[in-house]
Design a protein around this ligand. Sequence first.
Ligand SMILES: [Ca+2]
Length: 318
Amino acid sequence: MGTDPSRTLKIYEDVASASCRDVLDDDFVAWAQEQMKKAEEAVAGEPPVYSYNVRMTAFSFDYIRLERLRRGKALDFTGGTRSCASANTGGTRSCASGRAGARPSREEEMQTLAQSLLARMDEAKDIRLSSGNVKDRHAATVRAWKAVAASCDPPVGGTRSCASAPPPFGTLPESSLHIAKEGEWADYRDDPTARDGRAIRISNVHYGWCVTFHMDNVKFRPGHTYTLRARVRVEKKPGASGKAFWAGVYSNAMRKGCGQITVKTDALHDDGYVWYTVATWKPGREEYFWIGVGQFDKKVGAAVESVWVDEILIEEKE
Ligand SMILES: [Ca+2]
């Protein structure tokens, strides 16, 4: 295991960040989850409080695993650890031999974890995922987990029964994206026209980068070129015209953009979803996707009612 004993885990550290993996790497988390399974078996037949204690101890490790999955982990373009069920783009990538079928798909694992964690929160009644200065994170994370848990018919212990085919490898649903000022700038909504029935609705009160996806957990092939696309629809405002939305990929390390688009209302034929290529770039460190309603004059207001994001798709260019 590659955990660094000299690094201290801080209380507000984001478990899905690259820096947190220096302290608690993926192998350690998998090992700890395995120990918890053994502990659960070991206390079978004991008073209920024993298994309760195991379930609650396991919560932390399952939480880390789910957050890393939800926010992009297992998007591995280097070929080593991708699960078979996710590697379904056009048949050009073969599954690693010996692993096929043995592991649940990324989506199935996320859904099972989300359902299990939410059930434990109901059981314990006093679990908080953040406190104090990041109070919004608790509610936002729970809402995102509920979206993951409900993404198909409930399959805990059973077979997943999605009506539609799994999305292409590299797809990240709206529940993987981060919302700033959730409830004010944007929120998660049901949307029958979204591929999976859910989307993020960005309201028209703020044109900053309301919704982001940090790519710390995506494993890119060094030196290769990738595209990031977003499936977006715009709810027009009658009689208004101007910038509908803008989106891009930004590098915190380089302090510059890696690609950006601005879409104007004139270019929109209707209110339906459209795939937009946001950026084509060679990934580096500390990069993230962002999207917001198009810039507007505060006196005049936005040119649209809202902007909806169904999912994003990261693909390696041949
Ligand atoms: Ca969606």
